[in-house]
Ligand binder design. Structure first.
Ligand SMILES: Cc1cc2nc3c(=O)[nH]c(=O)nc-3n(C[C@H](O)[C@H](O)[C@H](O)COP(=O)(O)O)c2cc1C
Length: 306
C-alpha cells in the first residue's frame, strides 16, 4: 500500500499536492469536472481587510512558458469572506488554508483577529508577504527580515492554527527571510510567489500589462522555485511548501527531493482545472514504479555533486 500522506504541524494531509492561492478562487467555485476530495488542500485567494477591485486590465498576459499577472489582490474583503464564504466550507472535506494579505502590520493582524473570532473549519493561514502587484504593502514585508519577523511574531500571538509565511523570490537572499519567519514562530514557509517580469508589444510599443510590471508564473519559474526550496532546506529546519511551475507528478517529486514536504499548483489550473487529480495519479504511479512506500520519505533526498 502506497502512503501519499504528509504531515504539517499536527495535521495529516491526504497527499502533498495543494492548489495555490489566486488560481482556485475561494475554494468553492469548483467546476463539475474537479473532484476536490482528491486535493491535498486548497489555499484561497488572498483576502484583505477591505474589499479590493484589483488593478485595471490588461492584467493577465501569456508568455512563452507561463503567464504574467497583475491582478492586484482583487477580493471581497474579510467581512464578506466571513459571512458568505466561511459557512460554505462546512460541507467541504478538503482542508482550507486561508491566504491573507495586508498593507501594514495592523491590517494583517486585524484580518486574523476577525477570522479567529468566528467559528470556522479553516485549518490555517498562508500569509502573503510577497505580492509584487500592489503599490502598498505586499512584497514590502517579504523583502525585509525585520518586518517579516515582526509580522510573524504578531500573527503567531493571534492564532494556534497552522501559520505559513509565503516568500518572495524577488530578494537577494530568500534564506534570510525564511530564517526570520522560522525564528519568529512560523510553522512553515511556502516558496515561491511570482517573479517580477514585464511584457512589451513590439508593434504597438505598449506595455502588455497596465501596471507595467507583473508576476511571472508557470513552467518558466520552476528552476527558480526549486533553488529557493533547496537553499531554504539547507539553512532552516521548518517545513517548506514548494511552489512554481508544477504541471506533472515528476515536478512534484523534484520539489520534494529539493526539500519540500508538500507543493502548491498554480498556473497549471488555468489550463486544466482537473490537473491536480492527474498529478496525484502520476505520483501514485511514480511511487509504485520506484517501489516507494511513503512519499514523505523523499523530502530533501536530492543528491548534489560534492
Ligand atoms: C492569476 C494569479 C493570481 C494569483 N493570486 C495570488 C494571490 O492572491 N495570493 C498569493 O499569495 N499568490 C497569488 N498568486 C501566486 C501563486 O499562488 C503562485 O505562488 C505562483 O503563481 C507560482 O506558482 P505557479 O507557477 O504554479 O503558478 C497568483 C498567481 C496567478 C497566476
Amino acid at each position: 500500500m502506497i502512503d501519499l500522506t504528509v504531515k504539517l504541524k499536527n495535521i495529516t494531509f491526504r497527499n502533498p499536492v495543494f492548489v495555490a492561492s489566486g488560481t482556485f478562487g475561494y475554494g468553492i467555485e469548483i467546476p463539475d469536472l474537479v473532484d476536490i476530495s482528491r486535493l491535498g488542500a486548497i489555499i484561497t485567494k488572498s483576502v484583505t481587510l477591505h474589499p479590493r477591485e484589483g488593478n485595471p486590465p490588461p492584467r493577465i498576459v501569456e508568455t512563452a512558458s507561463g503567464m504574467l499577472n497583475s491582478i492586484g489582490l482583487a477580493n471581497v474583503g474579510v467581512d464578506r469572506y466571513i459571512t458568505e464564504l466561511i459557512p460554505r466550507y462546512e460541507s467541504l472535506e478538503t482542508p482550507i488554508i486561508m491566504n491573507i494579505a495586508g498593507s501594514s502590520l495592523d491590517e494583517y493582524t486585524a484580518i486574523l483577529r476577525k477570522v479567529e473570532s468566528v467559528s470556522s473549519n479553516i485549518i490555517g493561514y498562508e500569509v502573503n508577504i510577497s505580492c509584487p502587484n500592489v503599490k502598498k504593502g505586499g512584497m514590502q514585508f517579504g523583502v525585509d527580515r525585520e518586518l517579516t519577523a515582526r509580522l510573524t511574531e504578531q500573527l503567531r500571538k493571534c492564532t494556534e492554527r497552522l501559520l505559513i509565511m509565503k516568500l518572495s523570490p524577488n530578494v537577494t537572499d530568500i534564506t534570510a527571510i525564511a530564517a526570520a519567519a522560522e525564528n519568529a514562530g512560523a510553522d512553515a514557509v511556502s516558496a515561491i510567489n511570482t517573479v517580477v517580469g514585464m511584457g512589451i508589444d513590439a508593434i504597438t510599443r505598449k506595455s502588455k500589462i497596465y501596471m507595467t510590471y507583473g508576476g511571472l508564473s508557470g513552467p518558466a519559474i520552476k528552476p527558480i522555485g526549486l533553488a529557493a526550496v533547496h537553499k531554504i532546506h539547507r539553512k532552516c529546519s521548518l517545513p517548506i511548501i514548494g511552489i512554481g511551475g508544477i504541471t506533472c507528478g515528476n515536478d512534484v517529486v523534484e520539489y520534494l527531493l529539493a526539500g519540500a514536504i508538500a507543493v502548491e499548483v498554480g498556473t497549471a489550473n488555468f489550463r486544466n482545472p482537473g490537473i491536480v487529480q492527474a498529478i496525484v495519479r502520476d505520483l501514485y504511479t511514480y511511487c509504485k514504479e520506484q517501489k516507494i512506500d511513503q512519499i514523505s520519505g523523499l523530502s530533501g533526498g536530492v543528491e548534489t555533486y560534492p
